[in-house]
Design a protein around this ligand. Structure first.
Ligand code: NDP
Length: 273
């Protein structure tokens, strides 16, 4: 039989994680601070623990997915004495330093620790596109890789416990930048009475798909901006875009990504002289 996995935290994400493990036929124990969130999982075969302590003691591998870092402290702190010899995989979003501090705290109580970041939303957990970042000792990752694989493709990003959190934040930043840009794009088209759905389908999505391989990276280093789209030309173009946005009455706050790109182009020009 596969190793039993405990899932601590049954928010939207914790429930999706536990559900993906169950769907893969893995034995799962679940726990949540507030009762009532486990019913559907229990109906699908999960065992519900009455306390975090009971969940941890019944398994060697615990996946923790709570609101934030302080919540993880509040949950694990009282059961520190029961952690020895176990493995904690913390998928709660946090900062790199919070991950390193958790790793040190968990190690001080005799347990192994991997920090993780989930690059999926609850409906995509366990589907082919989903993947999760992990950092911590590579041999530990190798030991738990199969156990966590049903959540999404596992990708190890380094020994430093802070790397998964940082790469996760970096990926989210890329996504939020893209969504901010898309929000602004739609606001512009709507401001002049354009057909927003047709714009998204026929212009924005095909354009983004074409440009994604080119648009990430290098904006701060002049030598990486090739002549085909040189920094002076881009700075001029970005200023035109910002001005046009004001011209049609779209809030300048929605154009923050254009200001950031303009800053990067000006900086690249200053560096290149
Ligand atoms: P939810 O708000 O749905 O759930 C929060 C969870 O934290 C609940 O289980 C809640 O328990 C628990 N919790 C909050 N405060 C405490 C506390 N003081 N003590 C014990 N438990 C507590 O959040 P999600 O499940 O969506 O997110 C969980 C983590 O997953 C977050 O770090 C989030 O950033 C990350 N994540 C979420 C994604 C998403 O799309 N949802 C995507 C990628 C990462 P209770 O039910 O008792 O309140």
């Amino acid at each position: 039989e596969s190793e039993r996995v405990a899932v601590l935290g049954l928010g939207a994400m914790g429930r999706a994680l536990a559900g993906a493990l169950l769907a893969a036929g893995r034995p799962v124990t679940v726990w949540n601070r507030t009762a009532g969130k486990a019913d559907e999982l229990v109906a699908r075969g999960a065992r519900e623990a009455a306390s975090a302590s009971e969940a941890i003691v019944g398994t060697d591998l615990a996946v923790v997915c709570l609101l934030d870092d302080s919540t993880v402290r509040d949950t694990l702190g009282p059961i520190a004495g029961e952690l020895s010899g176990r493995t904690i995989v913390n998928l709660t979003s946090g900062s790199p330093q919070q991950a390193r501090d958790q790793a040190a705290w968990v190690a001080a109580h005799g347990a192994a620790y991997l920090d993780g970041g989930i690059l999926a939303v609850p409906p995509t957990v366990g589907t082919p596109g989903a993947f999760l970042l992990y950092s911590g000792a590579r041999d530990l990752f190798a030991r738990v890789e199969q156990a966590v694989a049903p959540l999404g493709r596992p990708l190890w990003v380094g020994e430093d416990h802070g790397h998964a959190a940082l790469y996760d934040i970096a990926a989210l930043s890329g996504m939020y930048g893209l969504s901010a840009g898309a929000h602004h794009a739609v606001a512009l088209v709507a401001a002049v009475g354009g057909d927003v759905e047709a714009f998204k389908r026929d212009v924005l999505l095909p354009w983004l798909e074409q440009m994604m391989p080119f648009s990430a990276g290098g904006a701060e280093a002049s030598e990486t901006i090739p002549e085909e789209y040189n920094a002076a030309m881009q700075a001029t173009g970005l200023q035109t875009m910002i001005d046009a946005s004001s011209e049609v009455g779209v809030a300048d706050e929605l154009a923050g990504h254009l200001h950031a790109s303009l800053w990067a182009m000006r900086r690249a020009l200053a560096v290149s002289g």
